[in-house]
Design a protein around this ligand. Structure first.
Ligand SMILES: [Fe+2]
Ligand SMILES: [Fe+2]
Length: 482
């Protein structure tokens, strides 16, 4: 990761981010985006950040050095970044809400063969389905439970590690994500490794996430009892000891639920890396989160990247300055972050959504706003990304904004979003021909969507599969074509 931004380029950084601060800490961006991962695991907002605080305190108590603490820091914030990749598989295997199932999995001792596993199955498998279908799904799951758990855990951990590497984070952070679900006694997944064979950071991360989950769902006392009970089963006894020492001194839970919790998270960042103009880490982080969103469902495969491509095509045709083109790309890559909080029972429903489901779906731009607003000083990025379903005549959602309240960049995203939804291939249908897509877009402009943006997109010659895979290829293209 690059270091401080030279003063001469600070103005460019402001323009790219649409924010007042000349420098943005990587930790501030990653901790804000970790809230999207909380959504994807059905956890309350702040779960990853709180687990980060607890894990860093345990790591310090255990005696990790500064380099190790820096690696542990990002691993804790991003431990769930591979989680969306198994959402669809979980939904199909359980025939139920993937988010509720994932949320309760963290507080269930699923390695036991006793009542806890049975209760979990009854509460989350094929809920609301006819009796015979429930029996069929439960029976299938009983036969395949171990293989299924191994599969979805492997998928999640490997994908998480790949995404961490893609973001340019330290290798130690990626390796830690791989072993997150391994248990001290070898009962974990995917490899059943045990004891000190398990990555050191992963042992801290599992303990920290369990402490946080039980403390939030029940109480800190319960959380401490659970980890004592599972010491040597799930957890490294040395880590439990470190946690116990902190708790006895009254230092484990300090400020964990205070309004300054975000600042506490940032204060634990040892690397203090900054994002700079042209820094590929910034683009890679946005690109990786776009992949996290798109992996949630096969119905949205490559959607965020497609919207980014179309947005860039429009922005360039409208002759926006280069730094604004890159700003639009980043807003587009992050626009559907809130969809991580929508259950796959809704995202993959074959028929029409009912009123409740549609209401849940319509919440996703607001969730995008809630996540991005916590990146310090980046209000414009947040506003543009969260406005992608707004319409010029006020019939959009979630704030019913009207033409005067929608910037050029917000209008670009709105057109690009519809374009990609119509022109991209979907598992259940082929892509619509471009003539049909543009006929639909033209019909809705200029009253509902921006006519200049529609024209710009049409004149850009976009084919529907145009891809700027990374910042470098976009910048090269901008240099070549002016
Ligand atoms: Fe959306
Ligand atoms: Fe979208």
């Amino acid at each position: 990761m690059k270091d401080l931004l030279p003063a001469s380029t600070q103005a460019y950084a402001r323009a790219e981010w649409g924010c007042d601060a000349p420098q943005i800490r990587v930790a501030a961006v990653v901790s804000a985006l970790s809230q999207a991962l909380d959504l994807s695991t059905g956890q309350p907002r702040g779960h990853s950040a709180k687990a980060c605080i607890l894990g860093m305190r345990i790591g310090q108590e255990y005696g990790l050095n500064t380099t190790q603490l820096n690696e542990l820091y990002y691993a804790l914030l991003l431990k769930d970044c591979g989680c969306s990749g198994n959402a669809s598989k979980t939904f199909h295997a359980l025939a139920a809400d993937d988010l509720a199932a994932k949320r309760d999995l963290k507080v269930t001792d699923w390695t036991s063969t006793g009542l806890e596993s049975i209760r979990y199955a009854l509460e989350h498998v094929a809920v609301g389905k006819p009796f015979l279908e429930r029996v069929r799904v439960l029976g299938r799951l009983a036969l395949t439970q171990k293989a299924h758990a191994r599969d979805v855990t492997r998928l999640r951990c490997e994908r998480g590690a790949t995404l961490a590497r893609l973001m340019g984070l330290p290798e130690g952070s990626a390796a830690a994500i791989l072993d997150l679900d391994e248990h001290w006694d070898g009962s974990g997944y995917p490899e059943n490794v045990h004891g000190s064979q398990i990555n050191l950071f992963s042992r801290i991360m599992l303990l920290a996430q369990t402490l946080e989950t039980f403390a939030t769902a029940q109480s800190a006392e319960t959380a401490e009892q659970v980890i004592e009970k599972r010491s040597r089963k799930w957890f490294d006894p040395d880590m439990v000891k470190a946690s116990r020492s902190l708790a006895r001194r009254g230092e484990l839970w300090t400020d964990i639920n205070s309004p300054s919790m975000g600042e506490v998270v940032l204060s634990l960042d040892r690397g203090e890396a900054k994002l700079t103009r042209g820094d590929e880490t910034l683009d890679a982080i946005c690109g990786a989160f776009a992949q996290i969103v798109d992996a949630k469902s096969p119905f949205t495969f490559n959607h965020s990247n497609g919207v980014a491509n179309a947005s860039v095509a429009i922005a360039r045709k409208l002759n926006l300055p280069r730094e604004r083109v890159i700003f639009v790309r980043h807003a587009a890559l992050l626009h559907d972050l809130g969809k991580l909080g929508v259950s796959n029972t809704i995202l993959e429903k074959p028929g029409k959504l009912d009123e409740q489901e549609w209401k849940a779906m319509k919440r996703h731009p607001e969730d995008t706003w809630l996540i991005l607003r916590s990146i310090p000083h980046c209000e414009e990025l947040c506003e543009v990304a969260a406005s992608h379903h707004e319409k010029l005549n006020g019939t959009g959602y979630y704030r019913n904004l009207t033409a005067g309240q929608l910037s050029t960049e917000a209008r670009i995203l709105a057109v690009a979003d519809i374009f990609d939804a119509l022109s991209a291939k979907r598992p259940y249908r082929d892509s619509l021909p471009l003539e049909t897509v543009f006929a639909i877009l033209r019909k809705d402009s200029p009253n509902i969507i921006d006519g200049d943006c529609v024209r710009a997109l049409e004149e850009s010659g976009i084919s529907g599969d145009q891809t700027y895979r990374d910042l470098q290829s976009l910048q090269q293209s901008l240099v070549l074509n002016g």
